[in-house]
Design a protein around this ligand. Structure first.
Ligand code: ADP
Ligand code: MG
Length: 204
């Protein structure tokens, strides 16, 4: 099990590919309850991250932090600062990552950063509704190793994403719609599930 620059780079590049291949889906979801830019936002930001040369970073922590700063500077929407903060915080905690429990702590530092920045509560119909149950599932399976914990996290993330459909949005642009946001899957919860699924494919 490696948590080095090569492993993290495989994770972020896999996510960049998902954002590119599913840009239309993410933008279509955002068209229904937002301003139709989530796919282009994530594709632009993660393309810039994927263009970073992993070999130019001495540690995985440096690489993750640079990825976060790159997202903040290349994505104008809400998702840029939120995903940027996630990677900055995960990167800051990354030197301590040596096993499943410590990986869980690093990912949770990322969630805490998102919540501090965006102030979303559970059930507000945001990416927090996917990431939070994902990390709870990760922690519940951390004793079984990284591969099992990440697989459980990815499944719980997808469930959390699907569970955003009946919710009323209380944060971000979708909140302007009030009850009309009911019946639509949250775009950010959808991209977040791609991020955790990418981790499950690459970080084991
Ligand atoms: P914008 O809303 O600025 O157009 P995007 O369309 O790229 O940005 O991203 C929208 C997504 O960002 C939403 O689907 C939601 O998951 C997430 N989001 C928006 N505001 C918040 C917030 N305050 N906290 C957490 N996530 C949020
Ligand atoms: Mg948008």
């Amino acid at each position: 099990m490696a948590f080095d620059v090569a492993a993290v780079s495989a994770w972020l590049k896999d996510f960049a590919t998902q954002c590119h291949d599913n840009a239309e889906l993410l933008t279509d979801l955002d068209r229904e309850i937002g301003d139709a830019d989530h796919g282009t936002n994530m594709d632009r930001g993660m393309r810039a991250v994927a263009a970073l040369d992993p070999d130019s970073f001495p540690t995985a922590a440096d690489y993750l932090k640079k990825a976060g700063m790159t997202l903040v500077s290349t994505v104008g929407g809400a998702s840029g600062p939120l995903y940027g903060t996630f990677f900055l915080r995960v990167g800051t905690a990354w030197p301590a990552v040596v096993d499943a429990p410590s990986l869980g702590l690093a990912l949770r530092a990322g969630l805490d950063g998102i919540v501090q920045r965006g102030k979303a509560n559970l059930q507000d119909k945001t990416l927090v509704d996917a990431l939070s149950p994902a990390l709870d599932a990760f922690d519940a399976h951390a004793g079984d190793g990284v591969a099992v914990a990440l697989a459980a996290a990815a499944a719980a993330c997808a469930d959390g994403r699907d569970a955003t459909i009946p919710l009323i949005a209380h944060k971000g642009r979708a909140s302007y719609l009030g009850e009309r946001s009911i019946g639509h899957q949250d775009p950010g919860a959808t991209s977040m599930t791609m991020l955790i699924e990418a981790a499950s494919r690459t970080l084991d």
